[in-house]
Design a protein around this ligand. Structure first.
Ligand SMILES: NC(=O)c1ccc[n+]([C@@H]2O[C@H](COP(=O)([O-])OP(=O)(O)OC[C@H]3O[C@@H](n4cnc5c(N)ncnc54)[C@H](O)[C@@H]3O)[C@@H](O)[C@H]2O)c1
Length: 438
């Protein structure tokens, strides 16, 4: 039996393993995952506590200074600056990836192709092709690998409460959904060349697959966990706020309505800048019905664009990152932590609403959910199917923005069907030596 299968069986059956002849339980050394952490500072450090119950066997960061703190905590872990070499290490069961957006799909694909479980920070990719390859690679292996996209707000109890209200009919049948974020970071273009990268920073590896851009320290001056705001608005490095906070906020809609891919996409925003993604931007998607609901619309607004409030005494702008559902019997408006229902009609008594007996169980720790899934039933809240269709949809908004027209999309083939030229925006060319699906 392979070590991986043994871990699963052990967790699933409560089997007690005897490492070196010593009686032990669920966290016996042989019942722990061998984990590689790729991207070990910033968002990466938010995973230290969750993975500390496991064997952290490999640490990788393009910035050697960022390897120092975790190397002290896990002195037996091997250290790397190139994630491709890290993934060659024998015996890795699972990978946590907290690198730049433009390397997520690379790391995730390479890890899945080597039969490793993956937790990947959001968004799942920087192009439609990237999100689709990761999703496809996981779907092929879902009977043996657990995946989780890093939208940890999903574990907030409010997500469950919103899903219950929607699915139990608190606002009737949902027809339209809206999500928004108000963050505005304006940049004129890529930063100009300035100085030389310090010796501890492997800048060429940081750029990795994207076209060359000269070094500027400005890409690295953000605080820990917020440095992504120094680079994620540039087309080659990120997808702006739709991929950033949009991943968390659209998750409210995906969770309540069930995932899927759009059939039409329309978008508009700031005038096109070939270097920087738009700040003010909105995209509108038509989503087909699924096994429990009819078709709906999904809309995303950012950087000042906002949906209209259903009541003038509700100021949606007071919710920095929020979502709204319109149903046949009312509205549900929500942030990450609390919600508001506005039934239609001044005397609406909500007698139509059939509240369930048993509420959804809490998710608990979002990272632990993935660790337990790797050792157990492989089920997570935001696996790469759910997270893949969500990322693909969000990125299609930017494709429609660049195409400048309403697009029709075939989710089965991943092709725009009414504008051949728009298909060019679904993927990117990479620098020589970098393979997306290696
Ligand atoms: N889930 C959340 O709430 C949340 C919050 C913040 C950031 N994030 C996501 O986490 C990711 C990292 O964001 P950040 O603000 O920590 O960015 P960051 O620029 O600080 O990068 C994080 C770490 O990864 C390292 N790194 C960069 N490229 C690498 C590579 N190719 N190989 C190995 N290491 C590499 C950096 O040196 C740094 O130590 C982003 O994708 C961002 O969207 C998620």
């Amino acid at each position: 039996m392979k070590r991986r299968d043994f871990l699963k069986t052990a967790a699933g059956t409560g089997l007690i393993i005897l490492p070196s002849g010593v009686l032990s339980g669920a966290n016996a050394p042989s019942n722990k995952l061998n984990i590689a952490l790729i991207g070990t500072w910033g968002r990466g450090s938010a995973h230290f506590n969750a993975i500390s119950s496991e064997n952290v066997v490999a640490l990788c960061d393009v910035n050697e200074q960022h390897l120092e703190r975790p190397a002290k905590r896990w002195p037996n872990a091997k250290t790397y600056v190139d994630w491709r070499k890290c993934l060659d290490q024998k015996g890795i069961d699972a990978v946590v990836c907290a690198t730049t957006d433009f390397t997520h799909a690379f790391v995730a694909n390479w890890a899945l192709n080597r039969d490793m479980h993956v937790y990947c920070e959001k968004p799942l990719g920087n192009t439609v092709e990237e999100a689709r390859t990761v999703r496809a690679n996981w779907l092929k292996r879902k009977s043996r690998l657990a995946t989780q996209l890093g939208t940890q707000r999903h574990a907030n109890p409010n997500f469950n409460r919103v899903q219950e209200l929607i699915r139990d009919g608190a606002i009737g049948k949902v027809t339209d959904t809206y999500a928004w974020g108000n963050r505005q970071i304006r940049r004129p273009g890529y930063l100009p060349a300035q100085g030389e990268p310090p010796a501890y920073l492997h800048y060429d590896l940081w750029l990795g697959p994207v076209p060359f851009h000269p070094y500027n320290p400005g890409y690295f001056t953000g605080g820990e966990g917020a440095n992504c705001l120094q680079w994620n608005m540039y087309w080659d490095f990120g997808s702006g706020q739709i991929g950033d906070m949009g991943s968390h906020t659209m998750d409210l809609i995906w969770d309540a309505m069930g995932g899927g891919l759009p059939t039409t996409i329309e978008a508009k925003g700031d005038p096109f800048n070939p270097e920087v993604t738009p700040v003010e931007f909105e995209s509108h998607f038509t989503m087909p019905g699924n096994d429990w609901r009819g078709p709906i619309t999904v809309a995303w607004y950012e950087g000042g664009a906002m949906p209209r409030s259903p009541r003038n005494w509700v100021d949606l702008n007071k919710i920095d990152h929020g979502a709204m559902f319109k149903g046949t019997k009312g509205y549900l408006i929500t942030g990450f932590d609390s919600r508001l229902i506005i039934p239609f009609g001044d005397d609406a008594d909500m007698s139509y609403y059939n509240r369930r007996e048993r509420m959804l169980p809490p998710v608990g720790s979002f990272q632990k959910e993935w660790i337990n899934a790797c050792k157990g039933d492989l089920k997570t809240s935001v696996d790469f199917d759910y997270g893949g269709t969500m990322t693909e949809t969000m990125l299609l908004g930017l494709v429609a923005y660049r195409a400048g027209k309403k697009l029709e999309y075939d989710g089965a083939t991943g092709k725009v069907t009414n504008d051949e030229a728009a298909n060019a925006f679904l993927s990117k060319k990479y620098r020589e030596g970098w393979t997306l699906n290696g």
